[in-house]
Design a protein around this ligand. Structure first.
Ligand code: NDP
Ligand code: OXD
Length: 306
C-alpha cells in the first residue's frame, strides 16, 4: 500500500513517522510535485496540482472534520473523501462550548470586571430554565456538546437535516422547523458543516428569530456567519454577545471590528484541535479496513458536502 502525505502549512514528517510506525508494511512518503501516484493520501488543504497529478488515488484522508476546503477543489468522481470522525475533537468541543455557555450564564466577565475595580458585588443569578441552548448540527461534535450541556441541566435543543431522537434533547429538523428551533434557543451554538445549504445561515433573518438577549457561539466555520448582521444585532441589543472561534478570513485581519468589540470574545480557531496520535491511529485503521474491503465511517457524501 502506497501512502502520500500532503499537508499545507503543517510539518509532514511527524505524520509520516507515525504512519510508518503503525503501518510498517506501507510505503509512506511526503508528496512532492512529480511523486508517483499513491493508493491513499493524508491531506490538509492540498493544492489542485496534487489532485491533478495523483489521478488514480483511491482515498483522501482529511486531517480535520470539516471538508469544505477540500470540496472546493476539482476532484475526480471516483476519489473517496474521508473526514476525521471525532479522533479526540468532541471532548475538546464540549469543553469549549460548555466554558462559553457557563461563562455567559454565570456572568463571569462582569464579576471579573467588578473584582478588578475592587468591588465585592453580587448579581442576581440567572435562571437555568431561561437559558435553553440550541445546538445547530447534531453530528459527531454537536451530539457530544448537547449531551455535555445536559450534565449542567441546561434545557437543550438540537437542529439537524434529518429527524433525530437524542435523550433529553428537544430535536428539530429541516428548514421547516428552523424558526421553531431558533425561537426556543436563548444561546445558539453553531456546529454545522459548511455546505452550499448552510453558508450564511447565521444572518439577520435567522438571528432575529432568537429570543431577545440571545447569545451566539460559532465554532463551525466563519462563512456560516454574515458578520455585519451580527454587528447590527449586537448594536440593537437583540443579541447580548458572541463567542467566535472561526472567521471568514483567518487569521482574523488586523483592525477587524471583532478584535476589540466589547460584546465579542474571539479565539483563534482552536476550539477542537486535530490531535496527531488519535488521528493517525484512526486513519491507519481505516486504510487497513479499506484494503481488506471493509466499510468505514466518515466517508463524505459529495451530494450533501459533508
Ligand atoms: P458531522 O458531519 O458529524 O455532523 C454534521 C451535522 O450537521 C449533522 O447532524 C447534519 O444533519 C447537520 N447538517 C448538515 N447540513 C445541514 C442542514 N442543511 N440543515 C440542518 N442540519 C444540517 O460533523 P461534525 O460534528 O464532525 O463537525 C461539524 C463541523 O464542525 C465541521 O464540519 C467543521 O466545520 C466544524 N469543526 C470546527 C472545529 C474548530 O476547531 N472550530 C473543529 C472540528 C470541526 P444530519 O445528522 O441529519 O446529517
Ligand atoms: C476541523 C477544524 O474541521 O479543525 O477539523 O476546523
Amino acid at each position: 500500500m502506497k501512502i502520500t502525505v500532503c499537508l499545507t502549512n503543517i510539518k509532514p514528517e511527524p505524520w509520516v513517522d507515525s504512519l510508518r510506525a503503525l503501518l510498517p508494511q506501507a510505503d509512506v512518503s511526503v508528496w512532492q510535485p512529480g511523486s508517483p501516484v499513491a493508493d491513499h493520501a493524508v491531506v490538509w488543504a492540498p493544492p489542485q496540482q496534487f489532485i491533478d497529478e495523483q489521478a488514480g488515488l483511491k482515498t483522501l484522508f482529511n486531517i480535520g472534520a470539516g471538508v469544505d476546503a477540500l470540496l472546493q477543489l476539482r476532484l475526480p468522481p471516483t476519489l473517496q473523501v474521508v473526514r476525521l470522525d471525532d479522533a479526540g475533537m468532541s471532548v475538546q468541543m464540549a469543553e469549549y462550548v460548555s466554558h462559553a455557555v457557563i461563562r455567559h450564564f454565570r456572568e463571569f466577565d462582569a464579576y471579573e470586571r467588578d473584582v478588578r475595580e475592587g468591588k465585592w458585588s453580587y448579581r442576581k443569578p440567572n435562571l437555568r430554565a431561561d437559558f435553553s441552548v440550541g445546538v445547530m448540527g447534531l453530528g459527531v461534535l454537536g451530539a457530544r456538546v448537547a449531551k455535555t450541556l445536559q450534565a449542567f441541566e441546561f434545557p437543550v435543543n438540537g437542529w439537524s437535516r434529518s429527524a433525530k431522537q437524542l435523550p433529553g434533547v428537544q430535536c428539530f429538523a429541516g428548514a421547516q422547523q428552523l424558526n421553531a428551533f431558533l425561537s426556543s434557543s436563548r444561546v445558539l451554538v453553531n456546529l454545522l458543516p459548511l455546505t452550499p445549504e448552510t453558508e450564511n445561515v447565521l444572518n439577520q433573518a435567522t438571528l432575529s428569530q432568537l429570543p431577545p438577549h440571545a447569545y451566539l457561539i460559532n465554532v463551525a466555520r466563519g462563512r456560516h456567519l454574515v458578520e455585519d448582521d451580527l454587528l447590527a444585532l449586537l448594536d440593537s441589543g437583540h443579541l447580548v454577545g458572541a463567542t467566535l472561534d472561526v472567521f471568514r478570513t483567518e487569521p482574523l485581519p488586523a483592525g477587524h471590528a471583532f478584535w476589540t468589540h466589547p460584546k465579542i470574545t474571539v479565539t483563534p480557531h482552536t476550539s477542537a484541535r486535530t490531535l496527531r496520535d488519535e488521528s493517525v491511529a484512526q486513519i491507519a485503521q481505516k486504510m487497513l479496513a479499506l484494503e481488506q474491503g471493509r466499510t468505514i465511517s466518515g466517508l463524505v457524501d459529495p451530494r450533501t458536502g459533508y
